[in-house]
Design a protein around this ligand. Structure first.
Ligand SMILES: [Zn+2]
Length: 339
């Protein structure tokens, strides 16, 4: 792997106390480089709302599932703020930044209609490649090193120019994708802090089964046991990645904490980051979403018709009376899985 495998330097000093982004703040951001707050979560674990909450902190910018920005971009597509992306004040500005990176760097992302996904984020990634990476085969054995390097440097360039333009010391990336995280850790000099968002296996599985029933016309309750493997697969992938990280590089949090004790959770994350975190909680556990500009992630959230109302934190119950006997049995088994 050569020179690119140099370990990332740990952030040992606390960040500046947050406040309005003044020139002094910007200067420090330029010197130190932005922090990439990477949300590595299980699917259906509330990562979209969690990243919106993180992005409410002063001078923290949430860009949602950043690995799908290029694929999902369309000038006319509505942003969470209800404006078309081309007219949204945030994304129209971000698009301009992609044309040239900081310094002499070239274009970063392609925020254009019909642009293709980068190789690592492809939804059509060949099964074999997906499997090899999942089994722990190093990315460099599966992908070309120059592609990985290009992917990471363009992403880093995009994140850095965003943070400079918007005076943000941290950018939240809710991509979840573990391959992406690994590539960025290996090939970019971004200061990456990982928040692993977990959720109880039973609730995770219940959400997945409900979605399969809703969206997959060929779903049969008889296939419910297969979805147990899905839970185990993601558990394995996340654990494999955290095993490679130093303790201070990542923080594990749970969806249950977010819903039940959000104030305590924002304090815990703030202590870990060394700077206060503010989820923007209004009365009744509602997360303020009025400043949010996302267009990737959970569509139930991103297609919200009333961003000004915010989103109420609530846990879905895993007991649905409509589950079949086999589904209920599989859910009972999943209770034994420690995420
Ligand atoms: Zn917007």
């Amino acid at each position: 792997m050569g020179a690119n495998s140099a370990p990332l330097s740990a952030v040992s000093e606390p960040h500046l106390p947050s406040g309005p982004a003044g020139p002094g703040h910007r200067k420090r951001t330029e010197q130190a480089g932005p922090v990439l707050l990477y949300v590595a979560s299980f699917p259906y674990s509330g990562s979209t709302i969690f990243s919106i909450a993180l992005g409410n902190s002063p001078d923290v910018l949430n860009i949602g599932e950043a690995n799908y920005l290029e694929n999902d971009w369309q000038d006319k597509k509505p942003c969470y703020c209800r404006k078309a992306l081309a007219d949204c004040p945030f994304w129209s500005g971000a698009k301009k930044l992609t044309e040239a990176g900081p310094g002499a760097a070239g274009p970063s992302l392609q925020l254009e209609d019909h642009s293709a996904l980068r190789f690592l984020d492809s939804r059509d990634l060949p099964f074999l490649k997906r499997l090899l990476v999942s089994l722990g085969v190093p990315l460099t054995a599966v992908f070309r090193q120059e592609d990985l390097r290009d992917y990471a440097s363009r992403t880093a360039s995009f994140v850095t120019s965003l943070s400079q333009a918007f005076g943000a010391w941290a950018v939240v990336d809710a991509s979840k994708n573990i391959r992406r995280l690994e590539a960025l850790r290996l090939y970019s000099d971004l200061d990456i802090r990982v928040i692993v968002l977990k959720r109880q296996a039973q609730d995770l599985l219940a959400s997945r089964l409900k979605r399969a029933r809703r969206r997959n016309p060929r779903y049969s309750p008889l296939s419910a046991p297969v979805y147990l493997l899905w839970v185990l697969y993601h558990r394995f992938a996340i654990r494999r990645q955290t095993r490679r990280m130093r303790k201070e590089e990542y923080l594990e949090v749970t969806y249950e904490e977010l819903c039940d004790t959000p104030q305590a959770l924002q304090r815990r994350i703030g202590n870990w980051l060394g700077t206060p975190v503010d989820f923007g909680i209004r009365g009744g556990n509602v997360i303020d979403t009025s400043a949010s500009h996302i267009f990737t992630g959970n569509v139930r959230i991103t297609k919200n018709d009333a961003p000004e109302k915010g989103i109420r934190l609530k846990k879905e119950t895993s007991s649905a009376p409509s589950f079949s006997a086999l589904e209920r049995m599989v859910l009972a088994v999943s209770r034994r899985i420690e995420i």
